[in-house]
Design a protein around this ligand. Structure first.
Ligand code: CA
Length: 236
């Protein structure tokens, strides 16, 4: 029996919370609820859920600010934003401040469950230790990955990555110099069968990853773009 995973739903519309709770519990998840941003942030900090479904338009504190506050804490819990709008700006902004993905309302429950399952942390992140850096495997240049502790180091210094950023990096790094299209990456790293306009998620995640692992994100040396084809991890 796998350990029960907890999903925190931060959403001010009671009927949406109810239907999410019903469907998530049916899938075996434990569900916590919060009806405004402040309560959501508090519960995220105290209850340490395995994943957060976070509405953007919330009373007291908007979803973007909740997400940003958690990332500033160094909390890498997977966060899926619930957005009522089709606005591209919202989606990109959400991803840039560290959300893992977004789901546009109105959503199908099948889609929500699929995304929760694809994003929920499958292994708990180990606490940083000095030994983790020593046993990290060099991958290229001054980058090293410890696949036991799920930590990435640059020049011996730990880099704070979200689970999805870590998975994208390790996937590309384990297939050096092989170019993957955004659709490939959506399927392989995000585990999404259906891919629509959401390939933009890949671009934003790559950009965020570069900001963390590259000395100069504007001229990256690790994760490179092959124009019109996709991304690859460069090993010369
Ligand atoms: Ca709302």
């Amino acid at each position: 029996m796998p350990e029960e995973k907890t999903v925190l739903v931060v959403e001010d519309e009671k009927n949406i919370v109810d239907i999410l709770r019903f469907n998530l519990e049916r899938k075996g998840y434990r569900v916590l609820e919060a009806y405004d941003g402040e309560e959501g942030l508090r519960k995220a900090r105290t209850e340490k859920p395995d994943l957060i479904l976070l509405d953007i338009m919330l009373p007291k504190m908007i979803g973007f600010d909740v997400c940003e506050a958690l990332r500033k804490d160094g909390d890498n819990v997977p966060i899926l934003l619930l957005t009522a709008r089709e606005e591209e700006d919202d989606k990109v902004r959400g991803l840039e401040i560290g959300a893992d993905d977004y789901i546009t309302k109105p959503f199908s429950m099948r889609e929500v469950i699929a995304r929760v399952e694809a994003n929920i942390r499958r292994t708990s992140m180990a606490a940083p230790t000095g030994a983790a850096a020593d046993s990290a495997m060099p991958v290229a240049g001054d980058l090293a990955i410890n696949t036991d502790s799920h930590q990435v180091f640059r020049a011996g210094k730990a880099i704070d990555l979200t689970q999805r950023e870590y998975e994208l990096l390790t996937f590309l790094a384990s297939h050096p110099n092989k170019v993957y299209s955004r659709v490939d990456l959506m399927e392989q790293v995000w585990n999404y069968g259906y891919v629509g306009d959401d390939v933009r998620t890949v671009d934003v995640t790559v950009r965020r990853l570069r900001e963390k692992i590259e000395a100069d994100p504007a001229s990256p040396v690790y994760i490179l773009t092959r124009r019109g084809a996709g991304y690859y991890f460069s090993v010369s």
